[in-house]
Design a binder for this molecule. Sequence first.
Ligand SMILES: C[S@@+](CC[C@H](N)C(=O)[O-])C[C@H]1O[C@@H](n2cnc3c(N)ncnc32)[C@H](O)[C@@H]1O
Length: 198
Amino acid sequence: MGTLASALTALQMEFSDDLTYLPGMAPQLANQAKFEQGGMQVLSKEDIEMLEQCRAMCKRGECPPLLVVFDSCEGYTVEADDQIKDLTILAEYSGDVDYIKNREHDDCDSMMTLLLARDPSKSLVICPDKRGNIARFINGINNHTPDGKKKQNCKCVRYDVNGECRVILVATRDIAKGERLYYDYNGYEHEYPTQHFV
Ligand SMILES: C[S@@+](CC[C@H](N)C(=O)[O-])C[C@H]1O[C@@H](n2cnc3c(N)ncnc32)[C@H](O)[C@@H]1O
């Protein structure tokens, strides 16, 4: 994970595996899955235990085998440093939580939707511009080429975890050592431009 440290340092970011709530941004109370338009998929009790176990393992340094590698076309990328099994929890998307309305003119390229509320003024994003983890370095597929979909080997899913929205990245097939990780940045909304993606 040495290269994650250098990538975070290059972007002047601090490592954080958590959602952070800061004064002037959205409070933790704003993150309620019940506000999601149409409801949010609830993570089962067993899966919550599994997620907590994964987080505890990561705190002990037992993380999924992932490396951050720099590529001259794609910028920082994440690749498997060993075989990864289908359905492995790869990471939880972390960073500062803010209202989407506060970030409409923000040019951060790694913002992630956390909550799409019935009342749009309550919608939330995760902004890993100052704090974050390996999740913000995972690249996206090109939604405009037939090969784009074939490259996808993980997905990003928003879950209701004990009433709170969380974003989890999960492998969607076995991933071989040396393979780069890709997911669909437009899995929920269709607003991320990917025409220029390799
Ligand atoms: C969430 S960041 C991913 C990490 C990023 N590569 C970096 O260096 O920080 C998203 C940005 O990465 C780049 N990116 C992601 N997927 C890409 C791809 N398939 N081809 C080229 N660039 C990509 C784009 O600049 C995009 O705006």
